[in-house]
Every structure is written in C-alpha cells, then in structure tokens.
Design a protein around this ligand. Structure first.
Ligand code: FAD
Length: 328
C-alpha cells in the first residue's frame, strides 16, 4: 500500500504574503474555543471564512486568571484557570486542516522568559514561522500590568527574545551550533493611542522602538473611523516607521458594544455610527448597520491600497463573510 505523506506547501511569512501580492489581502483573527468546547467549534467558526482564501489566520493568546472557588468547608481557595488554552496547537491544527498560514499571538503576561523560549521552540517545531508579540493586559486581580518574576515588561523585550532566537541565541549561553529560527514578527499599533501612553508622540516613539528592534509589520487596534488609521499611518511614516501597517477591523452587532468597545479598547465610535445604532429597534437591525459600516470602511481602505484587511471575527464570522463577499 502506498504511504501518503502530507506536506505543508504554505509556510510563508506574513511579509512574504504582502510582498508577493499587488492586491489587498484578507486575514482573520480568531480566539481559541472556551475550555470544554472542543476544536470542532473553532472549525465551525472558520469554515464559512475559508472560501475567501485568507493569507493567514491569527490566533489570540489568553493568560490564566485567578479566581476563588468555594471549598466543602465553606472557605474559598484561590485557583488559577485558563479559559481559552491551546494557541500553539490550534495554529498547527488550522495549518494542517486548511493549509493556511497562522500567526499565533504571544504575550509577556503570565510567562517567564524560559516558558516563552519553550513556546517559540514548539512553534518552530510545528512549522510556524510567524508570531505577533504583545505585552498583554493586566490580570483581572491587578491594577496595572505586572510581568511574571523574571518575565518581560514590554512587548519590545519579548520581541528582542524572538530576534535573538532568529540569530540562534538561546537563553542557555553555552549551547553551541544552535539552529536559528526564522520568525516573522508582528507588533500592535494604536491609531487612537494605547491607553497607558501619556500622548500619541510617546506611543509612536515606543512603536518605532519595536520596529527598530526588528518588528516586520504592525497590526492596528480596531478603529471605526478610517481617518484615524490614515492619520496614524502618516504619523508613523513621518518618524521613519516604514513597515506594513495592517488595519484591524471589527463589526458592531449589538447595542451593548456602544459602551463595551470604547471602555475595553479605549477607542472612539464616530457619532454617525453610534447614532445609527442607538436608533435601531433590535440587534438584527444593529447587525445590518454594522455590516454596512464595515463594508464601507473596507472599501475605502482597499481603495487606498492597504496591504491587508485584517478582520476580528469573534462573535460574527458570517457577518464578516458577507462583507468580504461583497468586496471581492
Ligand atoms: P507594548 O508595546 O509593551 O506597550 C504597552 C504600553 O507601554 C504602551 O502605552 C506603550 O506606549 C508603553 N511602552 C512601550 N515600551 C515602553 C518603554 N520602554 N517604556 C515606557 N513605556 C513603554 N492581548 C492579549 O492578552 N492577547 C492577545 O492575543 C492580544 N492580541 C492583540 C492583537 C492586536 C492586533 C492588538 C492591537 C492588541 C492585542 N492584545 C492582546 C492587547 C494588548 O496585549 C494590549 O493592548 C496591551 O495593553 C498592550 O500590548 P502591546 O503589545 O501594545 O504593549
């Protein structure tokens, strides 16, 4: 009997995808399923999106949380839970099932530098040459972000560790003849400023430091007003940030998002959008408004020649699919 071996023919870096295309590409971000849901729930989410042949799929990382569980004797014990585990293995599963490149997110929060190195080695073994490096947010029980003891404080520190591995420099200095990884490294950028930065100039300076340290491209926080993205790109170019800047886009589909999104992501919603959503009688009407808004944003960005339209698909993959269908 013939032995059939599956070989990956993709394995391209995000920047290779961009450099090899003269068109605007499509990519999607997904979250690992909640623990207990199983991988099929993820495939059900992704299936309707795969017909658009995304260039890559990002998979978010979720740090563990502390919570208190009531014991039999009525006292509470502190337990650590991770609600959405599995980023690295999900990336491998998606690459295997759909033959599409994946971009695992890697965060500083909750990781020691040794655990980070192990995660990067695992990704390298799995054949994943892309990574989006992030700091992560404060844990629920923290007032501000706290690194793990001996862990990284800022995304740039994590980025430098990845750059070192790409140069064959591991944490154990006496390792000889080491194999070099070849990660293409993305970082986050904020068209409306990261909430902790005192001003936009300081935030842009920190972003430039990440690019100067080796970041290959930037993916932005979601925005609902394209003017903010265009202004951000202009400011980046003015200070010598010359890597691709990929716009991150999310649909609105419930009224609740009018308060949740600005609060959670520190972004503004344009008055025209919030007024239209407020006037809706049902969430179904909100979805229609959200879809039309996302389509208009996407069309304008595509016309402006952005390298990739990157969609945050959580919650409404079909809405995103409808938008992309109308764009093609
Ligand atoms: P950093 O680049 O470290 O910046 C954080 C803050 O510190 C900024 O205000 C910056 O200006 C400032 N700063 C940077 N360097 C210095 C320095 N040397 N000295 C002083 N200040 C400095 N979170 C997750 O937990 N999991 C995910 O999967 C995830 N995916 C994301 C994907 C995208 C595209 C985006 C935009 C965000 C994502 N996040 C994710 C959220 C992200 O972790 C938070 O926004 C976090 O608060 C900041 O991460 P960062 O990588 O931008 O941090």
């Amino acid at each position: 009997m013939e032995l059939s071996l599956h070989t990956f023919i993709l394995k391209m870096k995000v920047t290779d995808h961009i450099n090899q295309s003269d068109k605007t590409l499509i990519s999607f971000e997904i979250l690992p399923p909640l623990k207990g849901k199983g991988i099929q729930s993820l495939y059900t989410h992704l299936d309707p999106l795969m017909e658009f042949k995304p260039s890559f799929i990002n998979v978010t990382y979720h740090r563990s949380e502390h919570t208190f569980k009531k014991t039999q004797n009525g006292t509470f014990e502190k337990v650590v839970i991770r609600k959405r585990p599995g980023t690295e293995s999900i990336c491998a599963s998606i690459m295997n099932k759909y033959e599409v490149d994946t971009v695992p997110h890697l965060i500083c929060g909750g990781f020691s530098i040794n655990e980070t190195e192990d995660a990067l080695i695992n990704l390298n073994y799995l054949g994943c040459d892309n990574v989006l490096v992030l700091r992560g947010d404060a844990a629920k029980n923290e007032a501000a972000f706290e690194p793990e003891p001996g862990g990284h404080k800022y995304a740039i520190d994590l980025l430098k560790q990845v750059v070192n591995l790409n140069d064959g420099i591991y944490l154990e200095e006496d390792l000889k003849n080491t194999s070099k990884t070849k990660f293409c490294i993305g970082v986050a950028g904020y068209p409306e400023k990261h909430f902790e930065a005192p001003n936009m100039d300081a935030d842009l300076k920190n972003l430039k430091a990440k690019v100067d340290a080796g970041a290959d491209y930037i993916i932005t926080q979601m925005f609902f007003d394209n003017a903010k993205y265009f202004e951000f790109v202009k400011s980046c170019r003015a200070i010598g940030i010359n890597v691709p800047i990929i716009p991150g886009l999310k649909p609105i589909y419930t009224k609740k998002q009018l308060t949740i999104l600005p609060k959670t992501f520190n972004i503004d919603l344009p008055a025209a959008l919030s007024e239209a959503v407020t006037a809706c009688k049902s969430d179904l009407d909100v979805e229609k408004i959200g879809e039309a808004w996302l389509l208009e944003q996407s069309k304008e960005l595509k016309k402006a020649g952005v390298p990739v339209l990157h969609y945050y698909t959580l919650g409404r993959p079909l809405l995103v699919a409808n938008v992309v269908k109308q764009l093609l």
